[in-house]
Design a protein around this ligand. Structure first.
Ligand code: AMP
Length: 215
């Protein structure tokens, strides 16, 4: 199956996808994670994208498209859940040419929730595990439960950058929803609580996929 998971920053795309990956046979591919990894490893790609990531701006389409094309080729073009891509209509058109998508999982959350969640998100410097002070706190503050690494706040999760990211989402990414609306099935997951339990949300998504005969 080939799924997209779509929603504003902080809607839970990464968190839910990691769980979904364990429950159904799909590989979680997150462009944001790939870029952060490249920055950490100081690769050529990392150097090209670092400034965009720090400012919460979109990486140019050509660059993202190429990274996704390579990745999908590597996994044989199937069995994936794409998180954070496409984020523009141009990217959506590129993806469509590349592969047929089976469904879009849409995460519907309010701006208040986004702001609350993103400002309390912390990431492990070593293994990239994501925690959230609100609903998924580490056992020991500032320390990763998985590997003992130090937790940090993404530069783009600082309040002044969050506002810009929401604006970018509304202007550049929301049109992707209408683009796909009449083309592929949608599974909509509504969330109205910042600390909604992850399990419940993931179960709703899987039930939605089952109802549409997609898993
Ligand atoms: P994320 O982890 O999905 O929030 O992505 C972090 C950052 O990576 C974004 O703020 C962008 O700078 C960049 N990025 C990730 N995916 C894309 C994409 N599809 N198009 C453009 N930029 C992206």
């Amino acid at each position: 199956m080939k799924f997209l998971i779509f929603g504003p920053p902080g809607s839970g795309k990464g968190t839910y996808s990691s769980e979904i990956e364990d429950k159904i046979d799909v590989e979680h591919i997150a462009t944001g994670d790939m870029f952060r990894e490249a920055v950490k490893k100081d690769t050529e790609l990392g150097n090209k994208v670092e400034e965009y990531l720090d400012k919460g701006e979109l990486v140019p389409d050509e660059l993202v498209n190429e990274v996704v094309r390579e990745k999908l080729k590597e996994i044989g073009m199937e069995g994936f859940i794409l998180d954070g891509y496409p984020r523009t209509v141009e990217q959506a058109k590129f993806l469509e040419e590349l592969v047929d998508i089976d469904a879009l999982i849409l995460l519907d959350v309010t701006d208040d929730i986004i702001i609350e969640r993103l400002s309390s998100r912390r990431i492990c410097k070593e293994c990239g595990e994501v925690f959230n002070k609100l609903f998924n706190p580490p056992e020991e503050e500032g320390i990763c439960d998985e590997c003992g690494g130090e937790l940090y706040q993404r530069k783009d999760d600082k309040p002044e950058v969050i506002k810009d990211r929401i604006e970018t989402y509304e202007e550049r990414s929301e049109p992707v929803i209408s683009y796909f609306e009449d083309k592929i099935p949608f599974v909509v997951n509504k969330c109205r609580e910042a600390n909604a339990p992850i399990d419940g949300m993931v179960n709703n998504i899987i039930e939605g996929l089952e109802e549409k005969g997609l898993v």
